[in-house]
Design a protein around this ligand. Structure first.
Ligand SMILES: [Zn+2]
Length: 198
C-alpha cells in the first residue's frame, strides 16, 4: 500500500478492464514521471469522454447523434439484426464487410456471479424491436466464452415464440474462450457466412 493519492490512482487504474494490480502500479508510476503537459492532455479527454458520446436509441451502439450511423443508413437490411455484447463487437463485425443488416448491442453478457442478469442487459429493447418491425432473422454474435454461450442460450429460449423468425448463431471456427473483437476478419467473416440455425 502506498500513501494517499498514489494509492488512489493505483486503485482507480486497477478497476479498468484488463488492468491487473501490477499493471496499475506500473501505469501509476509512469504517470507520476510524465510531463504535466501530457497529463493535461489525458485529463482533457477523460473529462470529455462522456460529453459528446451517447448511445443509439435504436441499437445501443455508441453514437454522436440520437441514432447511430448504421441505424441511419437506409441501405442497410432492416429485417436482419445481429446481436452483440459490446459496441466494439459492432466494429469487429463491420470489418468483415459480410453483414448488411443492423445491430443490437446488449451492453454485456449474462454473468450471474457478477450480478448481471437479463434485466441488466438490453433484452427488453430487443423484444420491442422484433415486435415493432418485420424482422426475419436474428444472428447471435455473443462472445465464444461461457458468458457469451449462456447469453446465446437465453436469447434462443426468449425468441422461440416468434413465428417466422429464424435465429442463427455464428459458426464455429471462432476460438473458444475468446473475445469476438480479437477474431481476425477472415475467421469472423467465415463464421458469419456459415452461421447455423438454432
Ligand atoms: Zn444504432
Amino acid at each position: 500500500m502506498y500513501e494517499g493519492v498514489v494509492q488512489d490512482l493505483i486503485d482507480e487504474l486497477g478497476r479498468l478492464p484488463g488492468v491487473g494490480p501490477k499493471s496499475a502500479q506500473r501505469i501509476a508510476f509512469h504517470l507520476l514521471a510524465t510531463d504535466p503537459v501530457d497529463i493535461g492532455r489525458l485529463q482533457d479527454v477523460l473529462g470529455k469522454v462522456k460529453e459528446g458520446v451517447q448511445f443509439c436509441e435504436i441499437c445501443g451502439n455508441v453514437s454522436e447523434q440520437p441514432t447511430c450511423r448504421i441505424c441511419r443508413d437506409e441501405r442497410r437490411d432492416l429485417t436482419v439484426i445481429c446481436v452483440v455484447e459490446e459496441p466494439k463487437d459492432v466494429l469487429a463485425v463491420e470489418r468483415t464487410r459480410e453483414f448488411k443488416g443492423r445491430y443490437h448491442v446488449l451492453g454485456g453478457a449474462l454473468d450471474p456471479l457478477s450480478g448481471i442478469g437479463p434485466e441488466q442487459l438490453r433484452m427488453r429493447e430487443l423484444l420491442k424491436r422484433i415486435g415493432a418491425a418485420d424482422i426475419s432473422e436474428i444472428i447471435i454474435a455473443t462472445d465464444p466464452n461461457t458468458e457469451g454461450e449462456a447469453t446465446a442460450t437465453y436469447l434462443v429460449r426468449m425468441l422461440r415464440d416468434f413465428p417466422g423468425l429464424s435465429v442463427t448463431r455464428l459458426a464455429s471456427g471462432l476460438p473458444m474462450g475468446g473475445d469476438l473483437e480479437f477474431a481476425d476478419e477472415l475467421t469472423l467473416g467465415r463464421a458469419l457466412s456459415g452461421r447455423r440455425a438454432l
